[in-house]
Design a protein around this ligand. Structure first.
Ligand SMILES: [Cu+2]
Length: 367
């Protein structure tokens, strides 16, 4: 009897919690209300099943509990009951799955005239690309990725020259315009997720995945990577800012095109032989997955202006970045961790020549 009462209280408590709980959806900021509807349908159906099964269990515990002299009735088959259960379960499962198929079809059927925007994921940063004036994104290939071409844009594709490059993890979008998000990964699986848009999609290396949506509310929203993508996964965050059209245009026009980016890189003072070798070392060791050379924020401190700079460490002390500090930070990265960065860099063993080349490169970015 006591067990039956506890069960009933649990059911009543769960239902009350459902209606009073503050853990509900964030206010929606896109056109995907149908995704919420689909979730709510599933929630109602599973909720009804939970209440019905638990109540039946409580009833059975009460009705059939042990009593002196009561004998169990043996009934291995009940065709009628089995038919009913099969039909009801089938209706429940179909009702949960069918709306999802309709919504999914909408989700991947991009309306004509949608603006294309590319999001690029790599361990552990977001960057973005707009098609520029011609409205066409240039083709890309991993083999084109280099110091001067971090997006891997095909240099021979005329469509790529006016592509607008957003190297920091903050994407702006204009309100009330449909946007087709094209998703590309450099390395492993990532997932583009903005909870308020209700929309998410995996980035799959070797494929370009996509979905579309219309931002319906201005504001700054968190962008998360929702696919475990390595030790720095939790740092792979960014923002999507939904602007009024004028603010968006102003923001976009302040960003460099690929041609401008390339011209700036070529105009930079020529590097010494040792610094050039440092580029090779940085590429081979994968340093640039986390450290940028253009001053934008990365998983680790940027190398631009790093040499000679006074850094504040996680323990509050300060240190001047010199050769000794760089050498120590490569072989034992957490010995003097810079404030605001996660202790996720693994120790590296570099030869003296490679280390010297790397220091020359960092120095060249600080002149
Ligand atoms: Cu990721």
């Amino acid at each position: 009897m006591a067990v039956a009462i506890v069960l009933v209280l649990l059911i009543v408590g769960s239902v009350i919690f459902n209606f009073l709980s503050p853990w509900w959806f964030t206010p929606i900021a896109s056109n995907w209300g149908t995704i919420d509807t689909t979730l709510i349908i599933t929630f109602i159906i599973t909720g009804i099943a939970f209440v019905a099964i638990s109540l039946f269990m409580a009833y059975s515990i009460y009705r059939f509990h042990h009593k002196e002299g009561r004998v169990a009735h043996y009934e291995p088959e009940n065709n009628k009951l089995e038919w009913w259960l099969t039909i009801l379960t089938t209706i429940g499962v179909v009702a949960m799955l069918a709306p999802g198929l309709v919504v999914w079809n909408d989700y991947i059927t991009v309306p004509e005239g949608a603006d294309e925007v590319e999001a690029v994921g790599k361990q552990w940063q977001w960057s973005f690309r707009f098609p520029g004036e011609d409205g066409k994104l240039g083709t890309t290939d991993i083999k084109f990725v280099s110091f001067d071409n971090p997006f891997g844009i095909n240099p021979d594709d005329p469509n790529g020259q006016d592509d607008i490059l957003i190297s920091e993890p903050e994407l702006h979008l204009p309100i009330d315009r449909p946007v087709k998000m094209l998703l590309r990964s450099y390395d492993v699986l990532h997932d583009f997720y903005v909870p308020q848009f209700r929309a998410k999609m995996d980035l799959v290396p070797g494929l370009i995945t996509y979905f579309w949506f219309i931002p319906t509310r201005t504001g700054k929203f968190d962008l998360l990577c929702a696919e475990l993508c390595g030790v720095g996964h939790y740092t792979m965050r960014g923002h999507v800012v939904v602007d009024e059209a004028e603010d968006f245009d102003e923001w976009l026009s302040s960003k460099p095109t690929y041609a401008q980016f390339l011209a700036a890189a070529t105009a930079a003072p020529a590097m010494t032989g040792l610094a050039t070798k440092g580029q090779e070392v940085a590429g081979a060791q994968g340093c640039l997955s986390c450290h940028t050379i253009d001053g934008t924020s990365g998983v680790g401190p940027t190398w631009k202006g790093l040499f000679g700079k006074e850094e504040t460490l996680a323990d509050g002390t300060t240190v001047r970045v010199d050769e000794a500090y760089l050498i120590e930070s490569v072989s034992d990265p957490n010995a003097k961790l810079v404030e605001g960065f996660a202790p996720i860099m693994p120790p590296y063993e570099l030869s003296d020549e490679d280390m010297a080349a790397l220091i020359a490169l960092i120095k060249s970015k600080s002149e």
